[in-house]
Design a protein around this ligand. Structure first.
Ligand SMILES: C[S@@+](CC[C@H](N)C(=O)[O-])C[C@H]1O[C@@H](n2cnc3c(N)ncnc32)[C@H](O)[C@@H]1O
Length: 410
């Protein structure tokens, strides 16, 4: 039993379940209604909303937009703990799922409620993306052709996500079978939780848990230092304006200092980033180029000092990350020189920046060729086997990679 979802008016539920009509105007009207109904539903549960409202935004689903001018530090949202949807520990215990991952526990709790007749979450569910929206956006659901075009740096976080998904499915598959729910049903709720949950640590509890928070889950992501502040207070989450806003501006929160590779895998989008306006959180991973080039001895030396892997070019500063600089110097320098650089960040004798760049040039040039080939294929008139949305996001990511490489080797 999830206490914070009790008592929803069944009239509101039925209204929210109105199917979207064939007429575009009526469809738009219903879409507006379901967001108004959910806004009221959230307020009835103690969510405080001031000066923001949900709005459909091109290329990013729904987002929160200011309805009036907002001053720096003004509170736009407050989500009390009582309005949060939490894992249902009693149900999880009864199903022997206490040891499942926090994501699996929350997804299973949400699915159980959402699939019940007259679901108390129906008003909220009506505002979530559809299974089709998710499968178009998330690489884990893409066809092999689309996945083959992903940059090599995306493969590792994708493999990790698939491993997490597989373990969670193994943990819950029997419970799903008992309830007559398919893996496709389950995957939808797993993906919803993956992209819409928060980590809440109750001031009363010893441990934290993953939760869902109504209304604030409309908020789209922006890079670090460019977004509103979401803080956890003793009674709930607050969202404060980071600057003055005019009416009609989108307000963003940051989901973390994530690279675009990670955003693509977990959330199905990439932030804009170009040499003129780089994303401070982005990096262009170079492991697939550098690790094979280093050789066994150097790799083992780097492993000993904790510098093996996670090599990157940083588009925001047009520089190589420190680990990459250490790794290439392990090839170029004597042991003393290398250790001096590792400890001080400076070269003992002449500055090795140009030598490091010269070492990397053939590798980066190979990567640039791969980016060009993939872009040519995606930009060809009719790339076979690609959904438009997958092709678009791949074009964006490969262009970012290509631009960062060109800016560095210039
Ligand atoms: C917590 S939800 C935010 C609300 C969501 N836009 C919706 O329509 O329900 C997270 C999802 O929003 C989308 N999103 C968030 N930030 C975005 C951004 N900066 N650009 C494009 N899509 C974004 C992604 O689909 C992501 O998985």
């Amino acid at each position: 039993m999830v206490s914070n979802t009790k008592g929803v008016s069944s009239r509101a539920v039925k209204r929210a379940k109105l199917s979207e009509s064939a007429s575009p105007d009526e469809g738009a009207q219903n879409a507006t209604n379901k967001h108004s109904i959910f806004t009221k539903w959230s307020q009835d549960r103690g969510v405080e909303i001031s000066g923001v409202a949900p709005m459909r935004l091109p290329g990013r689903g729904l987002g929160l937009v200011t309805t009036r001018a907002i001053a720096t530090d003004e509170r736009m949202l407050f989500i009390p703990e009582k309005a949060m949807f939490k894992p249902n520990q009693r149900f999880l215990k009864a199903q022997s799922l206490e040891r499942a991952s926090p994501q699996a526990q929350l997804a299973m709790s949400a699915m159980t409620v959402a699939k019940s007749d007259d679901s108390p979450l129906a008003v909220w569910q009506a505002t979530w993306p559809s299974a089709e929206d998710l499968s178009q956006a998330l690489p884990m659901c893409w066809t092999q052709t689309e996945r083959d075009n992903l940059p090599p740096s995306v493969q590792q976080p994708l493999a990790r996500q698939e491993e997490d998904y597989r373990k969670d499915w193994e943990a819950v598959s029997k419970v799903c079978e008992d309830h007559g729910w398919s893996e496709t049903d389950w995957m939808y709720y797993w993906q919803i939780i993956n992209s819409r949950s928060f980590h809440w640590k109750s001031p009363r509890g010893k441990t934290g848990s993953m939760v869902m928070c109504p209304f604030i889950d409309y908020m789209n992501h922006g890079p670090s230092e460019t977004t509103c502040t979401v803080i956890q207070g003793p009674r709930g989450y607050e969202m404060l304006a980071d600057r003055d806003y005019e009416a009609g501006e989108e307000v963003l929160a940051t989901y973390g200092a994530h690279s675009n590779d990670k955003l693509l895998v977990h959330y199905g989008f990439v932030c804009s980033s170009s040499p003129d306006s780089p994303n401070p959180d982005d990096d262009i991973r170079l492991d697939h180029l550098l690790l094979p080039a280093l050789g066994d001895d150097v790799r083992s030396q780097l492993q000993d000092v904790g510098f093996l892997g996670a090599y990157a070019l940083l588009p925001a500063t047009n520089e190589l990350c420190f680990k990459t600089q250490v790794a290439v110097r392990a090839v170029l320098l004597t042991c003393n020189e290398w250790e001096y650089f590792m400890a001080s960040g400076e070269d003992l004798r002449a500055d090795q920046t140009a030598a490091v760049k010269a070492y990397l040039m053939p590798l980066l040039s190979r990567y640039s060729t791969l980016a060009t080939d993939n872009l040519n294929l995606l930009l060809s008139e009719r790339p076979v086997g690609y959904q438009q949305s997958a092709a678009d996001v791949l074009i964006t990511r490969w262009t970012q990679i290509q631009e960062a490489l060109v800016a560095y080797v210039r």
